[in-house]
Design a protein around this ligand. Structure first.
Ligand SMILES: Cc1cc2nc3c(=O)[nH]c(=O)nc-3n(C[C@H](O)[C@H](O)[C@H](O)COP(=O)(O)OP(=O)(O)OC[C@H]3O[C@@H](n4cnc5c(N)ncnc54)[C@H](O)[C@@H]3O)c2cc1C
Length: 423
């Protein structure tokens, strides 16, 4: 939806850098920013395989979420309040950094909007879940407000939702604008190279040589921030599940067709359910539907998978917005996320001079941002609350051997989607 911009140059020829960051998503760009804050003289080269913003970091639903989806889920460290508080601290550190950049760069609320989010239910089970979750937020001392069906209908303009929970700490992004903006905010001696995939890492004495198709960089230190693709270099092999999720976005429609607010964002009441966003785009509005999770060990999802996800989005859209039922989807897409068995990041110094900020575990706008910041701090020996938390994480557990991982992952996703039902 954004206008094209001038691409940054490819890496051509052989150069040197103090640090090479592989991957220009949330993790990599946040790491670059933190390195330059801690040592503005560091020559940092960020290698992005694609164009910045064209991969998952620019094509998500745009929630930088501050609270765990589920306080009681393993994903956020079990039901102990202390672990939930740590998860919240991690997310809020990420939000703080993003807010600082937004203020420095003067981004509008179309790009970076600290407006909070709704969790919206569509069934009795969803209602119960939200009520229980609200109780846990009371325990954590977190601000929130439960909404009745009438109250959430006033926001969304549809009577499909049966209740909702509002929490104020989430920031809503135009994700591609944010990630492009973050890359553009980095100044010399930090340089971002686009369409410059790292294809090989070689040892040369005490240095590392990072090879790209048209050049190479000799460096002392590397941050791997390419999420599941860390496996391509042999790291975390058999320790990350490559889960895809998908989204569709409608054509622009006249705001008169749907009452309620023109801008709102709702995650589902149950974790595997459907996310909905309404976004104004010029004179018109669009609805984004994000739903469905699939497992692809080769980190490639085919057209058939996207078509099936799209069909599910159409059903979810019609169920929620019967009045808009005829408005077609204009865009459909999907993207990969790396999830670990024990829900910990693939993080830390993994070989002499190589640090990892991978394994986003789904909510990478906050978690991958934080792990990029933590990797930069760890590399420069900067001690902080964040590095203290990150250094206590266990290593990602090995997955069961194939074909058990594939069978288990597919069965698990299908079961959880079934449990999420209409949500
Ligand atoms: C449809 C969808 C909706 C989502 N919604 C949300 C949401 O609302 N909130 C949220 O928190 N999360 C959401 N996510 C998940 C989120 O996008 C990811 O968790 C996040 O992008 C992970 O960030 P990252 O920096 O770790 O990895 P990525 O964003 O995947 O970035 C890694 C980068 O590394 C590059 N790369 C890979 N290999 C190489 C190489 N060899 N050399 C150079 N570069 C390389 C890739 O091109 C990529 O740009 C969503 C994902 C999808 C697909």
């Amino acid at each position: 939806m954004l206008p094209p911009r001038r691409e940054k140059s490819r890496l051509q020829g052989d150069i040197t850098a103090d640090v090479v960051i592989i991957g220009g998503g949330f993790a990599g760009l946040s790491a670059a920013r933190r390195l330059s804050e801690l040592d503005p003289s560091l020559k940092v080269a960020v290698l992005e395989a694609d164009l910045v913003g064209d991969a998952a970091a620019g094509r998500n639903s745009g929630f930088i979420i501050d609270l765990p989806h589920e306080v009681s889920s393993d994903d956020y460290g079990g039901d102990s309040a202390a672990k939930s508080r740590e998860a919240i601290e991690i997310s809020r550190t990420a939000i703080k950094m993003a807010s600082t950049v937004a203020a420095e760069e003067g981004w509008s609320r179309d790009v970076f909007d600290p407006c909070g989010r709704y969790s919206a239910a569509i069934s009795g089970e969803g209602d119960d879940h939200l009520t229980a979750y609200a109780g846990q937020l009371v325990g954590l001392g977190e601000d929130h407000r439960l909404l009745t069906a009438e109250e959430i209908a006033e926001v969304t303009g549809t009577r499909a939702y049966t209740s909702a929970l509002f929490t104020p700490g989430t920031v809503m992004l135009q994700p591609a604008a944010y990630i492009r903006g973050l890359a553009d905010s980095l100044r010399d001696p930090v340089r971002v190279y686009e369409k410059s995939p790292a294809v090989r890492l070689e040892r040369s004495g005490t240095a590392w040589i990072v090879k790209t198709p048209e050049g190479s960089i000799s460096t002392g230190r590397i941050i791997l921030a390419n999420n599941g693709h860390a496996e391509s270099f042999g790291f975390f092999k058999g320790r990350m599940l490559h889960i895809f999720t998908f989204a569709s976005m409608t054509r622009r429609f006249s705001p008169d067709l749907l009452p309620g607010h023109r801008k709102w964002a709702a995650t589902p009441a149950l974790p595997m359910g459907t996310t909905i966003r309404r976004v104004p785009d010029g004179d018109g509005d669009r609805i984004l539907v994000r739903s469905r999770y699939t497992y692809h060990p080769g980190i490639v999802a085919g057209d058939g998978t996207l078509r099936r996800a799209g069909a599910q989005h159409d059903k979810k859209f019609k169920a929620r917005f019967p009045a808009l039922g005829d408005i077609p989807m204009e865009y459909r897409w999907g993207g990969a996320m790396a999830v670990t068995w024990n829900a910990v990041p693939a993080f830390g110094e993994i070989e002499d001079g190589i640090f990892a900020a991978c394994g986003c575990n789904g909510v990478g706008a906050s978690k991958a941002t934080a792990s990029g910041l933590a990797a930069a701090e760890l590399m420069l020996g900067h001690r902080s609350r964040l590095t203290e938390i990150y250094q206590r994480f266990d290593a990602p557990k090995p997955l069961p051997p194939q074909p058990f991982t594939t069978i288990g992952a597919k069965a698990n996703l299908a079961f959880k989607e079934w449990m999420a039902g209409a949500e």
